[in-house]
Design a protein around this ligand. Structure first.
Ligand SMILES: *[C@@H]1O[C@H](CO)[C@@H](O)[C@H](O)[C@H]1NC(C)=O
Ligand SMILES: *[C@@H]1O[C@H](CO)[C@@H](O)[C@H](O)[C@H]1NC(C)=O
Ligand SMILES: *[C@@H]1O[C@H](CO)[C@@H](O)[C@H](O)[C@H]1NC(C)=O
Ligand SMILES: *[C@@H]1O[C@H](CO)[C@@H](O)[C@H](O)[C@H]1NC(C)=O
Ligand SMILES: *[C@@H]1O[C@H](CO)[C@@H](O)[C@H](O)[C@H]1NC(C)=O
Ligand SMILES: *[C@@H]1O[C@H](CO)[C@@H](O)[C@H](O)[C@H]1NC(C)=O
Ligand SMILES: *[C@@H]1O[C@H](CO)[C@@H](O)[C@H](O)[C@H]1NC(C)=O
Ligand SMILES: *[C@@H]1O[C@H](CO)[C@@H](O)[C@H](O)[C@H]1NC(C)=O
Ligand SMILES: *[C@@H]1O[C@H](CO)[C@@H](O)[C@H](O)[C@H]1NC(C)=O
Ligand SMILES: *[C@@H]1O[C@H](CO)[C@@H](O)[C@H](O)[C@H]1NC(C)=O
Ligand SMILES: *[C@@H]1O[C@H](CO)[C@@H](O)[C@H](O)[C@H]1NC(C)=O
Ligand SMILES: *[C@@H]1O[C@H](CO)[C@@H](O)[C@H](O)[C@H]1NC(C)=O
Length: 821
């Protein structure tokens, strides 16, 4: 920041220093309103240079462009008020304090000119407009911005970088399109000189152009028409089309006459043959053609030809006779009154010659023809005067007698219904209308004019006429109302409201094959709450189509509510007299969970839990398990303690279900004991049992050799074998088999015979060895310790307990067996 200030100070001081004298750098004497003067070309501007302190000064000079102002001595300021017309004008303010001190300051001058702005619009190809904003005489151009606005919203801006002080012409181009939805949009451009508060405040705004969406020509409808006219008549065909830019028209006829006309209306004088006239409406965006068949009818021609021109007697002269009104349009049966007057003095008789109401008067200058009820189609009265010299004068007012049709009706040529896409002729019958001349027949479809035709004939008597409309009908025309309106164009003398008659509407009935307007591809329904009839599948067709639904090729009762088994692809066939159409809907029937399960389940230990009880439901239900009332998770593999009362809850958005059952974990029998051997003492008793656990409880079965002294008993869950008074024949293998539905296990008890004596002999030898060892130990201890008397007693009790050992051992064995049973 500091260096920048320093720099500006230096710049200022250097500008203050002039070549003529020196200016002390500290001296800051001059004050200007503004160091930059912004002024409009040719407008008054005031520049005032003031000295800061009242100092004695020799002279003070202000230069601005070609103007110079001086002040000497008494005033501390100098000013110039001038019109600047120099684009490159510069200014300077100088003071001279004394011969050695002279200071000056330059004044920057910006001369500006507010431009003129023009917006022009060109049409580019396709639906684009090319806009050009021309800015004339803008200065200085570096401060100019051209801004574009669409509906008051800025859309584009262009600024310029050249530094030119004199006025320049600039332009900005913009290509825009207007969508048909937007209808139209307003565009303008603005030129703004951005010169700060002393410059122009407001921009110069161009005129606003409202641009419409561009679109190719369109007829109100594509109906091409047909008209029947009497031969020799004049007709006028109309082919008004919509389109932006406005379409250009070209009428052609199918006999190679080339282009007939270039306006939207074609007048054909004295039609003498039937022909097809095409009108092409073209604009930059496209073109469209309409065909009109003109049928020349011989019947009406003869009627028209019956008209005879009014005879004019050659002797009659037109003198100074005035009929008021000179032209009368009167409705058949209405009253009419016409005055005939003359200003001549030499009139002897003045009167009316007429089929009705004729009269004459002598020495009158005005006679009136008055008819209460005019009922003459060819009514042609003449006013005459006989002058004193016998000459006759005559004046014929023009009389038009008209009559609106008694009846106008529209009918279809064929009484069969119209089929989609077929051509059909609608006929408008007009009964008893006069005159045929100046008759306009307008065809309306739903209040829109689709065809206008003019009929004309010189015949003034009533006629029956008809007009035809040839059209291609499609389904959108079904129910359209067609009307035919007859207007009697009677000219400026006619009634204020053009007399007209309109037909009753004819309702077009178009038969078309069914089509599907809206039908889902997939549908999710809830069980028992939905039948196929509830499916919103909208179709259209005329006659209204019949619908049949099929599932897997079989017709479905659409009233029946669907159950969960009814999911599938349903096919609908819509049929009417014009055709048929099919569509398919995938219907998914959702239902609340249900559980059809057993009350009791058996599983085997170590098995992986398989689905015991699968719930049904859509969407797939969530399952929660409970064991003995508590929420649980099923184990990886079943174990013995998993048996119990379980319940299962299944839930989805449509409901829930619960099931309780008992789970039984089965396992194969297991013995607590291993295979053993036993000895029998002849004559002694031997008892052993067999017991096994398992789920379900195993069945125990001993296999052995039968003997009389052997008894098999059941005690609780074990089977016991008792041998009383055993003999050697009892020796052998006793096999116990435990069986349940899971499996069978076996265990063997080997019963071996042992001699009684040899047994006691072995016992005796063992006893003897023990006694000897004990005796030796006793002696050994007595030698080492003095007190040994007490031990004698102990040793004697030991000795007495020795024979008991065999018994207690035997008793223990039997107890063990008991335990194991
Ligand atoms: C010029 O400025 C001085 C001092 O501000 C003032 O007294 C004087 O009236 C001004 N002159 C004009 C013409 O405005
Ligand atoms: C101002 O002076 C310049 C050159 O000194 C001259 O070209 C110009 O025409 C003068 N302008 C007027 C308006 O006198
Ligand atoms: C000129 O004026 C300046 C400033 O007032 C002053 O310092 C200087 O002495 C003067 N010189 C003469 C020669 O009067
Ligand atoms: C700007 O356009 C105007 C009008 O066309 C013309 O008279 C004038 O000379 C042009 N100026 C320049 C600088 O071209
Ligand atoms: C005028 O334009 C110049 C050059 O673009 C710019 O430096 C200057 O600030 C502008 N003046 C104003 C008042 O905006
Ligand atoms: C008229 O016919 C043209 C071309 O056959 C078609 O593009 C246009 O959509 C039709 N317009 C109407 C209103 O049917
Ligand atoms: C008139 O138009 C029809 C179809 O639009 C066409 O077939 C026929 O040739 C055209 N006739 C003339 C004379 O252009
Ligand atoms: C036609 O115009 C009549 C009267 O203005 C109106 O009642 C009727 O609804 C219109 N019909 C259509 C199809 O626009
Ligand atoms: C048809 O028009 C021609 C020329 O304008 C005219 O002379 C003739 O009388 C008209 N014919 C009828 C029947 O109006
Ligand atoms: C309709 O449902 C079927 C079967 O559920 C599925 O495969 C298909 O993607 C679905 N289609 C749509 C459009 O949702
Ligand atoms: C369906 O119900 C409607 C009225 O509720 C009945 O007229 C029609 O016969 C029924 N259709 C079938 C196939 O039951
Ligand atoms: C063997 O059992 C029988 C019958 O219970 C009994 O009478 C007999 O005393 C028993 N013999 C021995 C040696 O215990």
């Amino acid at each position: 920041m500091l260096p920048l200030r320093l720099l500006s100070l230096l710049l200022l001081s250097s500008s203050l220093c002039d070549a003529g004298g020196t200016c002390p750098p500290t001296l800051n004497l001059l004050i200007l309103d503004s160091p930059v003067v912004i002024t409009e070309y040719g407008k008054n501007t005031l520049v005032n240079c003031t000295m800061e302190e009242e100092e004695d000064l020799k002279e003070m000079t202000l230069v601005l462009g070609n103007d110079t102002a001086e002040s000497s001595g008494y005033e501390s300021f100098v000013f110039i008020n001038t019109k600047l017309t120099d684009w490159n004008a510069k200014g300077e303010c100088k003071i001279k304090l004394n011969e050695s001190v002279e200071c000056s300051q330059e004044i920057e001058v910006i001369v500006y000119k507010t431009p003129e702005v023009f917006l022009s619009v060109n049409l580019k190809e396709k639906a684009n407009y090319k806009l050009q904003c021309d800015v004339f005489n803008a200065a200085p151009v570096q401060n100019l911005t051209i801004k574009w606005y669409k509906n008051d919203e800025q859309i584009h801006a262009k600024s310029f970088s050249e530094t030119i002080r004199t006025p320049v012409n600039e332009s900005s181009m913009l290509e825009v399109s207007v969508s048909r939805e937007a209808n139209d949009a307003q565009f303008r451009c603005e030129a703004q000189l951005e010169l700060g508060p002393s410059g122009p405040l407001l921009p110069v705004v161009s005129q606003t152009h409202t641009l419409s969406a561009l679109y190719p020509p369109e007829f109100m409808s594509n109906h091409s028409g047909s008209i029947t006219v009497p031969k020799g008549d004049n007709i006028s065909l109309s082919c008004e089309a919509d389109g932006i830019p406005s379409p250009e028209y070209q009428w052609t006829v199918d006999d190679g006459q080339g282009i007939l006309d270039n306006s939207s209306k074609l007048s054909i004088i004295k039609v003498n043959r039937s022909a097809t006239y095409n009108c092409t409406a073209t604009n930059e965006l496209g073109s469209i053609t309409l065909s009109v068949n003109v049928h020349v009818s011989e019947v009406t021609t003869t009627a028209a030809a019956a008209a005879t021109p009014r005879p004019l007697t050659p002797v009659q002269q037109v003198c100074d006779l005035t009929t008021t009104p000179p032209e009368v349009v009167v409705k058949f049966g209405d009253p009419v009154q016409i005055n005939c007057s003359t200003s001549r003095a030499d009139v002897d008789v003045l009167g009316w010659e007429s089929s009705v109401g004729g009269n004459s008067k002598r020495n009158y200058s005005l006679v009136t023809l008055e008819i209460k009820k005019l009922e003459d189609w060819k009514f042609q009265p003449s006013c005459f005067s006989t002058l004193n010299n016998g000459k006759q004068c005559m004046e014929n007012p023009v009389i038009h007698v008209y009559k609106t049709p008694d009846f106008v009706s529209v009918s279809a040529e064929s009484h069969r219904p119209i089929t989609d896409g077929s051509k059909c002729e609608l006929r408008c019958d007009i009964y008893n209308v006069a005159p045929v001349h100046g008759l306009t027949v307008k065809w309306y479809k739903d209040n829109k004019t689709v065809f206008t035709g003019n009929l004309s004939s010189s015949d003034v008597t009533p006629h029956n006429l008809s007009s035809s409309l040839f059209a291609t009908f499609d389904k959108s025309d079904n129910g359209s109302l067609f009307r035919c309106e007859v207007e009697l164009q009677l000219g400026s003398k006619g009634p204020e409201f053009v007399p007209s008659a309109v037909s009753e509407p004819y309702t077009a009935v178009v038969h078309y094959r069914p089509f599907i307007k809206d039908c889902p591809r997939n549908f999710t329904a809830e069980e028992n709450k939905f039948s196929v009839n509830d499916l919103s599948c909208t179709t259209d067709g005329n006659p209204p189509p019949d619908v049949k639904w099929y599932l897997n090729g079989e017709q479905v009762n659409t009233n029946k509510t669907l159950s969960w088994t009814d999911s599938g692809v349903y096919t609908a066939k819509f049929t009417n007299s014009e055709g048929n159409i099919s569509t398919s809907v995938f219907i998914t029937v959702e239902y609340s969970p249900s559980l059809t399960c057993e009350m009791h389940y058996e599983v085997k230990v170590n098995e992986k839990p398989k689905t015991l009880c699968e719930p049904k439901g859509l969407p797939t239900p969530n399952i929660v398990w409970f064991k003995n009332g508590k929420e649980t998770i099923l184990p990886e593999r079943w174990s013995k303690n998993n048996s119990g009362n379980y319940s299962l809850k299944a839930q989805n958005k449509h409901g829930g279900a619960e099931h309780k059952f008992y789970l039984d974990v089965l396992y194969a029998p297991e013995f607590k004991e291993k295979n053993t051997s036993k000895y029998l003492i002849p004559g002694g008793n031997v008892t052993f049992g067999c017991r096994a656990e398992g789920n379900p409880s195993p069945e125990i079965k001993w296999s052995f050799r039968r003997a009389d002294n052997l008894k098999e008993t059941t005690e609780g869950r074990q089977k016991i074998i008792t041998i009383t008074g055993a003999t050697s024949t009892n020796a052998g293998f006793y096999i116990c088999a435990a069986t349940n539905k899971v499996g069978t296990v076996t265990r063997t008890v080997t019963l071996a015979e042992r001699d009684k004596t040899s047994g006691s002999f072995i016992w005796l030898v063992i006893l003897l060895v023990i006694l000897i060892v004990l005796g030796l130990l006793f002696l050994f201890f007595c030698y080492r310790k003095k007190k040994c008397g007490q031990y004698t007693f102990v040793s004697s009790t030991d000795r007495s307990s020795i024979p008991m050992t065999a018994n207690s051992a035997a008793g223990k064995t039997s107890a063990d067996i008991n335990n194991s049973l």
